[in-house]
Design a binder for this molecule. Structure first.
Ligand SMILES: [Zn+2]
Length: 118
């Protein structure tokens, strides 16, 4: 095989490989939420005040306790005060989070609930 032929063959192989990689990226982007999930912290009225990446947490009581603790950096009085006031913690997939919760984290969000804490 001549140098030119070898060079052309390498170009084809690289081009095929790049096409594979592009397809993989597209598949990941098209997967619902890319498999990402979030812990969503909300005031008693339902307005969201915080979010954490949930990783591969399963939503068990132990997972929830870890989420509370990591959001409040351990057993912070602020965290327990929020829990005592009825704050809620929800495990949401990325698409649900984007549609229902993310807008509430915008600084322009105003609590629409009468007497809400949000
Ligand atoms: Zn509210």
């Amino acid at each position: 095989m001549s140098y030119i032929e070898r060079s052309e063959q390498l170009k084809r192989e690289i081009s095929d490989r790049l096409a594979d990689l592009v397809q993989i990226v597209r598949d990941v982007k098209n997967a619902p939420g890319g498999g990402r999930r979030h812990w969503v912290f909300a005031h008693p009225c339902g307005c969201v005040y915080g979010v954490l990446d949930a990783g591969d947490a399963g939503g068990s009581e132990a997972d929830r306790a870890v989420a509370w603790a990591s959001y409040y950096e351990g057993a912070s009085p602020a965290g327990f005060a929020m829990m005592a006031r009825g704050a809620t913690l929800t495990l949401a997939d990325h698409d649900y989070y984007l549609e229902h919760f993310a807008p509430q984290l915008d600084s322009a969000w105003r609590c629409p609930h009468k007497g809400g804490a949000g």
